[in-house]
Design a protein around this ligand. Sequence first.
Ligand code: PLP
Length: 377
Amino acid sequence: MNEEGMSEDGVIKLLEEARSMDIDYRRVFSSMCTIPHPIAVKAYNMFIASNAGDPGIFKGTKKLEEETIELIGDLLHKRDAYGYVSTGGTESNLQAIRMARNIKKRRRPNFVVSEMGHFSFEKAGDILGVETRRADVKEDLTVDINSVEELIDENTIGIVGIAGTTEFGQIDPIDELSKLALNEDLFLHIDAAFGGFVIPFLKKKYPFDFDLEGVSSISIDPHKMGMSVIPAGGLLVRRKEDLMDLEVDTPYLSSKSQYTLSGTRSGAAIAAVYAVLKYLGRKGLKKIVGRCLDLTNELVDRMRKFDVHPVGEPKMNVLALNVPNLDAVFKELWRKGWCVSMTRRPRALRLVIMPHIDGAIIEEFSNDLGEMISNIV
Ligand code: PLP
């Protein structure tokens, strides 16, 4: 570090240089994040110094967080749910497994999640000393309930359902998992980090939330389809006592205890989530989802003309395309400045059609992809 500080202009120049190396979202199909809504940015800046981890000082932020959880709870059919604004899906998933572990108290605990579950469950298992058991999926890439049942034993603390898988955007049969959880007296966590702000607005109804009696907790990320500022996740819990199982004493703070993972927490992120939900309301969120789905369908239609078809029926704005000569096409797409990713099993081209994508980009991308396929194959 320099002894003397730099001029503001000098620092800004350094920042601009770094930012120019970041790819702007326009051609990004690989990310589940997007450009935040302007109201989120305004709210974020207003609360830039707020620490939600010190609620005795930041009383207004605490109130916003409570109201935010109520708004999200309402969307998930439980207005009086408990929870907090986390840093994202990884933290929410980790905390949910921690809750299950603390409640069930098994000697060698394990939990069961679909092989399609996000890699954050590996982290959670590793950090918490809980074995992560991966269940098979059916042909439609949703979890096979028989496989889940087979993996459950006397040391199982909980099961996980995925409402919107990272790779294929598929939705596990959460109603069946809910019945199983009730029968086996297990904690059921739903990872709706992506799907939480999508599924409520789909024409077809998929039961996935607190409406199902067996659902204990839900991850839902405002920094994905909730148009908020990174980092903003949500962990919602049905029973207060489950959340309280995470509590530790906080002797030198303005509050007595904490159930959150981080101590110091961004009040700005909370304000941003609150602002977007209040500003857009259900109608606004639905419109954003509807637009993403229309563009997804348009992309599917355009690719069918090149005899390229989706893997399974897309349920939301996550699309896996069966592309011939995938590795070569993938490389060529990146060379042309398209940010795309691949699924693991089955291998396919993975595209997430987020709100920053528009009709012109869909046209340009599908033309490029179609041309590449014709040339490479
Ligand atoms: N769960 C699902 C279904 C996801 O798709 C993701 C990320 O894409 C996560 C969890 C992890 O979320 P984060 O990256 O915000 O920690």
